[in-house]
Design a protein around this ligand. Structure first.
Ligand code: ACM
Length: 388
């Protein structure tokens, strides 16, 4: 990077401050801002400041596409971070690929995608669905009731979970989808069906505001999480804090990161984050991916000496970082991230007690080549332990 060029380096940020997924995307945006402040406080990119272009994508796929087009067409930047719902990532994918832009995507998703223009830093199905299926079938039983929001991630995540359940002698009792803006009575109707079906566990792929309705309707019906918990890949500390930890206590989430992860990096980052944003803020798996991907991006910019998306897309694969969850690595072949699967059960303080942890990081298998629930098969045999 030439020292004569002192202009800030612009990075586009596509998260929603309004609409159904505003709470979790606001958490991702806070992480992005926080990491950027850290990068700039440490001298930026060889003296150049990182400057975020912030906007409100309103939880609407069309709005993500419009704003990405504006950023690219207005020559503001072709380096973009963001998106939560897979419908929003799918909406920007053709634009990214047409303009050879770069998206860092910090959200768990359904897999079955591998764009050259995307770096995926959230969990792929083998890093969250497989460990969750293994745990739930072993500890809770084989009769599963599925409820999800009506869009691509829940359909696909349920397809993977259904295969895992059938291959392991389980039974799917129901698979119900509700609109993203479904109201509380709609969830009460679903819970009536759950009560009648008597499953061993509920697999929820509900996202956004509907999560609170589901957990509230469940609690109101007097169901017991010890007997029939809601198991999910998507409900985090952020949503449980908003709805009240009493509604979530005893329920289960599979993710590579919880605020309660006990690593030195995580303890330090939480201390700094709370100092900056206040004691009441929480972190979550989407926050963590949004946080560490900014630091990876900054490291890649320093290495390439510029912010050209093509150069960054060649540099990011193979890079590693000590993230709050432990060491992570971007895979050279599939652009997904080696992550460390964990399963947590929410406690009364709104934090997860970690009840299962993979012994090492796991390479992402976005097309789910292996459906083995045996952890020894899914854990990458790396000599290097995921660092604490
Ligand atoms: C999601 O839609 N990837 C949560």
């Amino acid at each position: 990077m030439t020292q004569s060029n002192r202009d800030p380096i612009k990075v586009g940020v596509l998260f929603s401050a309004s609409g159904v997924t505003a709470p979790i995307e606001s958490s991702q945006q806070r992480a992005t801002i926080f990491a950027t402040e850290e990068i700039n406080a440490a001298g930026g990119i060889d003296g150049r400041e990182l400057q975020l272009i912030l906007c409100d994508t309103e939880s609407r796929p069309a709005r993500y596409a419009e704003l990405m087009n504006e950023m690219i067409a207005g020559a503001q930047t072709r380096v973009i971070v963001g998106c939560y719902m897979s419908s929003t990532r799918k909406a920007v994918l053709p634009i990214l690929e047409r303009h050879n832009a770069l998206l860092l995507y910090p959200t768990l998703y359904e897999g079955f995608e591998c764009s050259r223009n995307v770096i995926y830093t959230g969990a792929a199905p083998n890093q969250n669905s497989l460990p969750l299926a293994g745990y739930m079938l072993k500890h809770h039983g084989k009769r599963v009731f599925m409820v999800g929001s009506d869009y691509i991630y829940p359909y696909e995540a349920n397809r993977v979970m259904s295969d895992l359940i059938f291959e392991n002698g389980g039974e799917k009792l129901e698979e119900i989808y509700l609109p993203l803006n479904a109201d509380y009575p709609s969830y009460q109707e679903v819970v009536k069906k759950i009560v009648a079906a008597e499953p061993d566990f509920i697999y929820s792929t509900v996202v956004g505001m509907g999560m609170a309705h589901l957990y509230r309707a469940y609690a109101e019906a007097g169901l017991d999480p010890c007997k029939c918990p809601i198991a999910t890949l998507s409900t985090t500390e952020t949503e449980f804090t908003a709805m009240g930890a009493d509604l979530g206590e005893g329920h289960i989430t599979s993710a590579p990161y919880f605020q309660s992860v006990d690593t030195a990096v995580n303890r330090d980052v939480i201390t700094r984050f709370k100092r900056r944003f206040g004691d009441e803020v929480v972190t979550d798996m989407c926050w963590e991916a949004a946080y560490f991907q900014m630091h990876l991006l900054a490291d890649a910019m320093r290495r390439t000496g510029n912010a050209d998306p093509d150069a960054l897309l060649h540099t990011l694969p193979g890079m590693e970082l000590d993230a709050p969850q432990g060491r992570v690595r971007i895979d050279e072949q599939n652009h997904h991230t080696y992550l460390r699967p964990r399963i947590g059960r929410l406690n009364r303080h709104g934090q997860f007690d970690i009840i299962h942890e993979a012994p090492n990081w796991v390479r992402a298998d976005p097309f789910v080549i292996s459906y083995s629930l045996d952890e020894a098969d899914t854990t990458q045999a790396k000599t290097e332990e995921a660092s604490e």
